[in-house]
Unconditional design. Sequence first.
Length: 307
Amino acid sequence: MAERVEIDGVPAHDQAGTPSPLPDEASAEALETIELAEVIERIAALAAGPLGAARVRRRRPTEDLAWIREELRSREPLVDMRMMAIRGVWTTNTVAFLIGIGMYSSFILLPEFVQEPTSTGYGFGASVTVAGLFLLPATIAIVIVGQMAGILERRIGSRGSLIGGTLFSLACYALLVTNSGSELDIYIAAGLLGIGIGLSFSAMANLIVQNVPQEQTGVATGMNAVTRTLGGAFGGQLAATLLASNLGAGGDPTSTAFTLSFLMCLIALVAALGFALLVPRRSANDLAGDAVLLPSHSSREPERTAA
């Protein structure tokens, strides 16, 4: 019996050892499906927690480099790496990763913080239902600010909205680090975070669309969402690690654990503000349009006729 050869789980030959009947185009589509499944598997593994992240870490870096190299060589890549190198794209994606740290960490930290018993000296002893209500200001702010995205786009532009959203998110964690002793402080912080998320999320989508060719808007905005999710997975795991490594005598996280977690988010958002300032004022599509409309030097000179 002929040996069955498989490449990444796809048979290269059938059991009789004859070549696969798939035509070249179908084989290419199958390989693209494998690449997409692999990307989704890595994201799901990271979001699954420390065990999932360990699965990703066990992969050899050469495999990732080989995938990037193949994407660069492909005429129709799954993810255009050259597009990802555009300044307006990579700066926006970096901000998305860092804001994702602050946003998703808040979903872990704030409910846990208010549910801690009052005997800890900082918790409010809230029930699960009441803990969810502490995030209500963020939800309301996201809905209201999201409806104003078009108006803000016309007035201050997407770059201004992104910078403003980062500042509001930063103010949220600055308040939590310095003063989180009352329930009102938590409500205010949640509201500030909601304004920041509402401003920045709509702005990031616009900035991505403005900086990539029209035929690449789908994959570009998708990668921005994936980057934000990866930031949330990283931030959530880091926050949980800080809480678990600073436990009091009763097994509850200490106030220092929450302060360190809030500080971690604050540092991430300070970095996000720096990258938001690096986002170009004019998009790549605007610059390309100017280059097309600019008359050539030869067209401005009158033609010379021979004497």
